[in-house]
Write a protein that binds this ligand. Sequence first.
Ligand code: GRF
Length: 180
Amino acid sequence: MRIGVLASGGGSNLEAILAAGIPVAVVVVDRACPATELADDAGVPAELVEWNGDRIDFTHRVVDALERHGVELVAMAGFMRILEKPIFDAFPGRVLNTHPALLPSFRGAHAVEDALEAGVKITGCTIHVAVPEVDAGPILAQEAVPVLDDDTADTLHERIKAVEHRLYPDTIKRFMEANS
Ligand code: GRF
């Protein structure tokens, strides 16, 4: 199954997916970011689809980039844009996401900060099938991460990412096996 990874940031989840030997056909980024270099180093094509303020048009251009590379499964890995219906129509039930909290708690782009603010003692990460509603959709895997008394958003996020780096590739592999 050919995988397309969508990334905007540090790309550590992309790195974990590549290190797990998952066959990535293309990396799509919406901005200049380290994920592009990771793709280059791994010999994987990277496509830059620049944000133009129009979510539907942007989504169509992301779908075009994925389809040009024959993608069958999409893995969002720190992609910081909200995508619209066209991607869920093009890849029905085949868009995955990792979120740095135990959904349905702490949806949105500030999940780690929001968990700290709420004073929860346990948070974690969730791997799920993405749907048009943000940070919703069938949950495939979750793992808890304790919040420590002296945690900052950065230290907590780093520990959550360490779990994502194992759980996301494992879940993608399981999903591929179950759906191929
Ligand atoms: C991850 O924690 C992901 O869950 C969140 O953003 C982070 C991306 O990290 N949406 P990276 O770019 O993969 O290093």
